[in-house]
Design a binder for this molecule. Sequence first.
Ligand SMILES: NC(=O)c1ccc[n+]([C@@H]2O[C@H](COP(=O)([O-])OP(=O)(O)OC[C@H]3O[C@@H](n4cnc5c(N)ncnc54)[C@H](O)[C@@H]3O)[C@@H](O)[C@H]2O)c1
Length: 358
Amino acid sequence: MLITPEDLAAIVADVGLDALMDESIEEFENALHDGDLDVRRRDGFATGRDGAAEGAAGGAGMLEWMPAARRGDTVALKVVGYQPANPRARGLPTVLATSTLYDCRSGALTAIMDATFTTALRTGAASAVATRHLADDGSKVLGVVGCGAQAVTQVHALSRVLPLSRVLAYDRDPRVAWSFPGRVAFTGLPVDVVDLDELERRSEVLCTATSVPPGAGPVLTGLELAPAAHINAIGSDLPGKAELPAGLLARAVVCPDFLPQALVEGECQRLAPDRVGPSLAEVVAGGLGDSLRGLLTVFDSTGYAVQDLVVAETVLRHARRIGVGSPLPTFTGAIDPLDPYCLVRRATSAVRAGAATR
Ligand SMILES: NC(=O)c1ccc[n+]([C@@H]2O[C@H](COP(=O)([O-])OP(=O)(O)OC[C@H]3O[C@@H](n4cnc5c(N)ncnc54)[C@H](O)[C@@H]3O)[C@@H](O)[C@H]2O)c1
């Protein structure tokens, strides 16, 4: 099945954004208990700096692939581009992605879908799961540092699991900061654009979602944070990239989404392995949240391919239910599986037949 952005819009119109976010949160949390899932660390190509258009806000780009499998059933492979120059230079999101699904039994391609929207959706959902288990469940003030695309779904997702009454927003680009209240107005939450000191002082839960370049962090000072604050750090996902100061990490319980990846790309890069806390899966499956709530906690979110598999399955399920998506071109009729040229012959004769009738 081919799922286009128009098909995704039809699914959102049918399901509703809130219900789709709620379902994504539940499905991801369920997946953390699922022993049938298999994940590999992401890999990719550095795509280099993007010249003058990138300016001070940019950094190296990446094109990466993220594999996950539901054993014996489906392999999901997301290819994701990261280019912080995109919004200004091309009018495109920083993160662009496509997901493909394959049948494990035959190896056949079963679905292709745009994954730019679903990446943002599932990244929000992952923070919601972490927040539900690690933050004070009465938290009312959310601080967001970095107010780009991912920040929108961070606010949306956290509004579904916390009784939020206010959002504090900071972005080093004032145009992005001042456009943020409008982009999250659908949540009904009041948003104050503030400076970083005020945000750190007043927030009970924080999300850092910045494109800070490798070597240029941290973005938080960590000086005036509440002792039991919870932070979803989602922007650190490259070697050398860091949003949180080392001193903050040293006094926090840091829970990675996927340890092998977080040690290379995430906030965990700056922690000795024995200083890293339980993974989110261990927190959820082991019911550790109650013993950690009340401490300073960090969800080190580097992007977990299980999230992509699960959200792609959710989208496919809805697409089938409401009848959107187009069939992919595939082998039809009787073919000789031992003759790779038979398909070409068939196509050639069909073209000849078409030409003869014109
Ligand atoms: N953990 C995950 O699963 C996951 C998923 C998607 C994206 N990401 C990461 O999240 C980050 C944000 O992605 P996006 O799509 O929102 O990008 P974006 O370009 O839309 O927004 C990033 C914002 O961060 C701001 N920023 C950069 N440095 C800053 C600083 N020092 N202080 C305050 N603001 C700063 C920029 O001005 C920009 O507005 C990226 O690093 C991306 O790789 C993580």
